[in-house]
Design a binder for this molecule. Structure first.
Ligand code: CU
Length: 223
């Protein structure tokens, strides 16, 4: 090989490695799903609507279970799990549970904690605990450990044909409603589903369970 060809080959190889490195940094470290910004309405309260699905056909991991948040401005479902809310404010949450059930690994996660009144409504019915051992009836949980919030999500019946395209707009689902107060202290409060629902990963805790935008996210509390 002549010297110019060797130098040329070296430069091309270097650029390929650099491009690969840049892709890794951008894709895995800098990529962040959008933040949904919620402001208090005239009532001084915030209404948030989310859904959880058996898949998400809008990402590069179409078979991963996932949450979505309804954009308060456009009304469209966004594939994100990051939301911003004012401090010391009542949040009225509605979550549509489209995913099927997975038994809780610990019945503790079937208890509703940290909500106003200590209960949630599942399809309009007041519930303080969902017993996933007596019947397969919990799809995921919505839990913010920093404020002691844990709310199990009901699921459609075992025989239901689940929605297959996300974000789901029809198909069998449970409707969960609950309210909680955001803390007075501003900051980032991480939230997560407590069911190891990352199918195909060791103990179910990988993949969607540890990736922002799927089964875990942040509640940004601002003043
Ligand atoms: Cu989950």
């Amino acid at each position: 090989m002549s010297l110019p060809v060797r130098i040329g080959t070296l430069i091309v190889a270097f650029l390929l490695v650099a491009a690969g490195g840049a892709f890794l940094v951008v894709h895995y470290f800098l990529f962040k799903p959008p933040t949904e910004v919620f402001n208090a309405g005239p009532s001084g309260q915030v209404n948030i609507t989310m859904q959880e699905d058996p898949q998400n056909t809008v990402s590069t991991h179409p078979d991963w279970v996932s949450y979505f948040i309804k954009n308060p401005t456009t009304g469209k479902w966004d594939h994100t799990t990051i939301f911003q809310v004012p401090a010391n404010t009542r949040i009225n949450m509605t979550i549509l549970g489209y995913d099927g059930c997975t038994p809780l690994r610990n019945p503790f996660w079937g208890k509703v904690t940290g909500t106003i009144g200590g209960y949630e409504l599942v399809n309009g019915k007041k519930v303080r605990v969902l017993n996933s051992y007596s019947g397969c009836n919990v799809g995921h949980t919505f839990s913010i450990p920093g404020i002691g919030l844990n709310v199990p999500m009901g699921s459609p019946s075992l025989s239901a044909t689940l929605c297959g395209t996300s974000p789901c707009t029809s198909g069998p689902h449970a409707v969960m409603q609950f309210s909680f107060m955001t803390p007075k202290a501003t900051g980032t409060y991480f939230w997560q589903c407590r069911i190891p629902c990352g199918g195909g990963f060791i103990d179910g805790f990988g993949g969607p369970m540890q990736t922002i935008g799927f089964m875990t996210g942040n509640m940004e509390v601002v003043s």
